[in-house]
Each structure stands twice: as structure tokens, then as C-alpha cells.
Write a new protein. Structure first.
Length: 295
């Protein structure tokens, strides 16, 4: 900062909230806010003891009201009549704390996203992105006429697609009608999502099947060639990766095991490996052909 009067760079901030030029004495700023702590801590324990604020509010947290939960365990020692009254108060408190419909929608949808992320071990950055997308959907009113669980699942899958995580459609969108909600959100919000790459599914699939590095490397080469000829476009990336693994191992692994590890059906693996073999002029696994012949 330079002084506009004398052009000096000798500017200092005073403890009284003023910024003063030490050359000419001009007051450049006054009543400046100090966002730091007014106390000093020399150890982590002392800092934790003196801190009076919690973590910053993240996406999905309710900012308009504070909720107080009446624990069920605390009411267990009461009489049946008092326990029923406490449970009624607990229900009313939750309803009143989220009186606006927006807060209720954000609360229940955020819980749905958090449960899914915990079950699938999704990174925290993707979880926060899913919360942001979900709140944007609720703010635009695109959730009207649809289940909040479906909207939350669709928002989470949008965040997964943005991060290009190796998670298939069926792993996230289990509820009926969620796929339709996902396609609607993509159209209404004008999103441009990256095309899912089957290579992103290969490492996880190889780890689940316990494949050797040589087989994984061969499957990677098959996927790269399939991508060059365009055979993987418009198809389930998990199914394409499973077919490449099946071809790379020479049909030594049962189709059932490969399909289960990739979370796809055996029919998908069979169709994809045939398409890849025909497009790349690869010999079909003899074991697989013999099994299919028996069927």
C-alpha cells in the first residue's frame, strides 16, 4: 500500500484499527476489523481450551436455525407418560427448527448424501460438491414433484461424474425414478459432464479380482485400443473394463466373478468382449466359447 498524499510505502496498521502513513501522518483507513483471536495460546491444549467457535459451516448445514436434539437415551429413565411427552417434544422441536420448506429439504437430502458417501467411501471433496449441487437444485425448484431421496442420489452421481470416480450408475442410483431425475437435472442445469473413461475402473476391478500386473497391463492396452476405434463410446465403462479384463486373462476367470467384481451382469460382459474382439481382431477366449457352447 502506498500513501496517496506523499507516495510513501511506510504504512503501518495501528492497534486502534487505523492504517497510518508514517511519513506524513495521513490516515488511510480507520475502524478496520481484526478477524484474528484476541487471545494468545502457546500450546495446542491451550488453543483448544480458549477457542470459542467451532468448525466453519459447510454446504448442507442449516444456517437459519440451530437444532437441539432430545436424546432417546435421556428419556429412557422417565415414566411411560413422561417418555411419550418427551418424544412428542422431540418431534415438534425438529419440525419447528426447520420450519421453512427449504431447510427441511436441505436437511433430509443432506442426510441421504452423507449416508451414501459413508457407505461407498466417497471422498469428502466429492461429498461437498454433491451438497452444493443438491442445494442448487432445491434453490431452482427442480425438486418439486420428485422424491428428495431421488434428487439427493442424482446430485451425488453428478458430483461423482464431475470427479470421474470409478463408480457405476447402479451403485448410486438404486431407487426407482432416480435415473430419470438425473437426466432431467443434466438437461435443466445445462451441465457438461466428462465422458466416463473405462480406464478409471480398471485398477479397482483388478484389485477386487486379485489380478497380476501383467494381466492388468494387457487389459489397459486393450482399453486404449478400444478407445481409439470408438468401441467404448456410449457403453457402460464398468462393463467395458470387465470385458477387457476377461479378454486379458484368456477366459481363465469365470464370467460370473468378473461381472460381480465390476457390478454388471454376465450378459454385459459377454456382449462387450465380443464387440471388442471383433473390432480389434482379437481371438475370443477359448474357455468362454466352450462354456457358451454348453449353454
Amino acid at each position: 500500500m502506498k500513501c496517496p498524499d506523499c507516495g510513501s510505502e511506510e504504512v503501518a496498521a495501528k492497534s486502534t484499527g487505523e492504517t497510518v502513513c508514517e511519513s506524513c501522518g495521513a490516515v488511510l483507513e480507520e475502524r478496520a476489523l481484526d478477524y484474528g483471536a484476541e487471545w494468545v495460546a502457546f500450546t495446542p491444549e491451550e488453543k483448544e481450551r480458549k477457542t470459542r467457535t467451532g468448525a466453519p459451516l459447510g454446504p448442507g448445514a442449516l444456517t437459519n436455525s440451530l437444532m437441539t436434539d432430545i436424546n432417546r437415551r435421556d428419556a429412557s429413565s422417565l415414566s411411560p407418560k413422561q417418555r411419550a411427552h418427551a418424544f412428542l417434544l422431540r418431534k415438534l422441536q425438529k419440525t419447528n427448527a426447520m420450519s421453512p420448506s427449504f431447510d427441511r429439504a436441505v436437511y433430509f437430502g443432506s442426510k441421504q448424501i452423507d449416508r451414501a458417501c459413508a457407505a461407498l467411501k466417497i471422498p469428502d471433496s466429492v461429498r461437498k460438491e454433491a451438497h452444493i449441487i443438491y442445494i442448487d437444485v432445491i434453490s431452482r425448484g427442480l425438486h418439486h414433484g420428485r422424491s428428495l431421496a431421488e434428487v439427493a442420489s442424482a446430485s451425488l452421481f453428478l458430483a461423482v461424474r464431475k470427479a470421474n470416480l470409478p463408480l457405476s450408475f447402479d451403485q448410486l442410483l438404486e431407487k426407482k425414478g432416480t435415473a430419470r431425475t438425473y437426466r432431467l437435472l443434466v438437461t435443466k442445469m445445462g451441465l457438461r459432464l466428462p465422458i466416463p473413461d473405462p480406464l478409471a475402473f480398471l485398477s479397482k476391478l483388478a484389485a477386487n479380482l486379485g489380478l497380476e500386473k501383467s494381466v492388468e497391463k494387457k487389459a489397459e492396452e486393450i482399453l486404449k485400443r478400444a478407445k481409439e476405434v470408438g468401441i467404448s463410446s456410449g457403453r457402460d465403462p464398468a462393463g467395458v473394463a470387465a470385458a477387457a479384463v476377461y479378454i486379458a486373462c484368456g477366459g481363465k476367470l469365470p464370467q460370473k466373478d468378473v461381472a460381480k467384481a465390476a457390478n454388471v451382469t454376465e450378459v454385459t460382459v459377454r456382449n462387450r468382449y465380443r464387440e471388442i474382439c471383433d473390432a480389434l481382431k482379437l481371438p475370443r477366449p477359448a474357455v468362454c466359447e466352450r462354456r457358451n457352447g454348453k449353454r
